[in-house]
Ligand binder design. Sequence first.
Ligand SMILES: Cc1cn([C@H]2C[C@H](O)[C@@H](COP(=O)(O)OP(=O)(O)OP(=O)(O)O)O2)c(=O)[nH]c1=O
Length: 207
Amino acid sequence: MSRLIVLASRSPRRKYLLELLNLKFSIESSSCDETYSNNEQPSDIVQNLALHKAMDVSEGKFSSLVIGADTLVVDNEKILGKPNSADEAKSMLAKLSDDRHKVLTGVALVKTDSEGNILQKETFVEETIVYFGKLTSEEINDYVQDGSPMDKAGSYGIQDDWGAIFVKRIEGDYYNVVGLPLYALYQHLKEFAPEFLSHNSDPPKDE
Ligand SMILES: Cc1cn([C@H]2C[C@H](O)[C@@H](COP(=O)(O)OP(=O)(O)OP(=O)(O)O)O2)c(=O)[nH]c1=O
């Protein structure tokens, strides 16, 4: 039976990022609840949510590797998820202005055997520090009105046109901020699931 990689995500950005590893995979989004308790450590939250997504999608999958991920912003110990309203997006961006914050992405890898049983699972977390410049209220208003903050942790996308204008510098993996830490993921795949890489071992082709 052929081996299958499944990305447990509805995020178009995660699909795009996983494609950069030149792997063949399918996509199935999990319907699990993404709530968490503020008493938990952010690094535990993102890994637990990633694992819930991957475990949920792994049901009924045979000889598969399921990849789940979750991204949160942590600003001075305060966790910022996706905003619930435009006003909340504006206040998140005002908090991030002229300061540094952390972006944490938790990743879960779940392997199933040929009968659909869970064979192995592991999680890891990657942290990137992002430094924002000072944002004027006009810039914040314009971004929230014309940009796409609502589906993003911390209300911004570093990859968006205006998002890029906010960011002075980062420490760590850029792709981790966008939603999937590609360097760490590839290293973990080599250790945890090399059999899923072997038939995809051709180097990426230039466009
Ligand atoms: C900080 C930041 C977050 N994000 C995104 C990454 C994640 O998609 C999103 C955080 O929400 P998540 O719950 O991690 O992911 P999701 O709901 O988009 O997708 P799924 O759970 O189905 O995998 O914020 C950016 O795209 N750019 C950024 O700069």
